[in-house]
Design a protein around this ligand. Structure first.
Ligand SMILES: [Fe+2]
Length: 263
């Protein structure tokens, strides 16, 4: 677990600068994921990766799992996948199990905790909540010393990352933490809690290169048809428990129980 996933092959004549799209926290929102994938397709990226929480809350776990399984070079385990695997008695997870094929279930069981990429001479580590634990939540407002623990090696002999990119809190942000360390949150495609718009992260740089070279991070906001997804959700067989809070979150782009994860 945690080894670098096999790099996709470069296309002949492809540009020097590599484009990596990072999606996270889809939460079974099909309309949002399809809208984001349409934008990503227009950008002709070299690779798409997913930081987990493919399922949970929304009405289309089978569809979003399938899109991520087919389109992403790797998908990481999220806390909702972990809950789903360990706590099958919860109404939503019991329902979701029937929406997933045996192949999709096997795939979810196989998801790793973290993966690395070397881009423009920076080791970039991708995880859902922390590289060690999908339930270790780090809010944007937390003190820097808590965030710096993210950058410690996970296993003996591991290298520390220069850049750590996570999901989980559904708020897109970037923060420098001293030296060359950068912490990024990729935000959420299907359950954003900062704005009522999907978001993903686009990284540009030299791929699998130890040469220090320019690189960039760009948060791309994707307005999508929220009311369509709500209509589809209400017409689906999704359990009622938790459904209305989820719908409120889609409309407001804020957590159902508190105003913002930022403050
Ligand atoms: Fe999530």
């Amino acid at each position: 677990m945690g080894v670098t996933a096999s790099a996709p092959e470069r296309k002949e004549g492809s540009p020097q600068v590599y484009k990596l799209a990072v999606i996270s926290d889809i939460h079974a929102n099909r309309t949002a994921l399809e809208s984001v994938m349409e934008v990503i397709d227009g950008l002709e990226v070299d690779e798409i990766i997913c930081l987990g929480d493919i399922i949970g809350k929304g009405a289309f776990p089978g569809e979003t799992a399938e899109i991520c399984r087919r389109r992403c070079s790797f998908t990481l385990l999220g806390n909702h996948e972990d809950f789903f695997l360990k706590d099958p008695a919860v109404d939503y997870y019991r329902w979701a199990r029937k929406e997933l094929s045996p192949d999709q279930l096997d795939w979810i069981r196989s998801l790793p905790l973290y993966q690395d990429r070397l881009i423009s001479g920076r080791r970039m580590r991708f995880c859902h909540a922390s590289p060690r634990d999908v339930h270790h939540r780090v809010y944007p407002r937390e003190p820097d010393e808590n965030k710096l623990k993210y950058f410690l090696p996970v296993n003996a002999g591991d290298e520390s990352p220069d850049v750590l990119c996570y999901g989980d809190v559904h708020c897109a942000y970037m923060q420098g933490l001293g030296g060359e360390r950068l912490l990024l949150n990729a935000g959420s495609v299907g359950n954003p809690l900062d704005l009522p718009q999907a978001v993903f992260l686009l990284i540009r740089g030299l791929f699998q290169s130890s040469r220090k070279a320019p690189y960039s991070f760009e948060f791309i906001r994707v307005p999508y048809d929220i009311e369509k997804e709500i209509r589809l959700t209400l017409a689906s067989g999704i359990p009622e428990r938790g459904r209305d809070i989820y719908i409120q979150e889609l409309r407001q782009g804020a957590h159902g129980k508190r105003w913002s994860y930022y403050s």
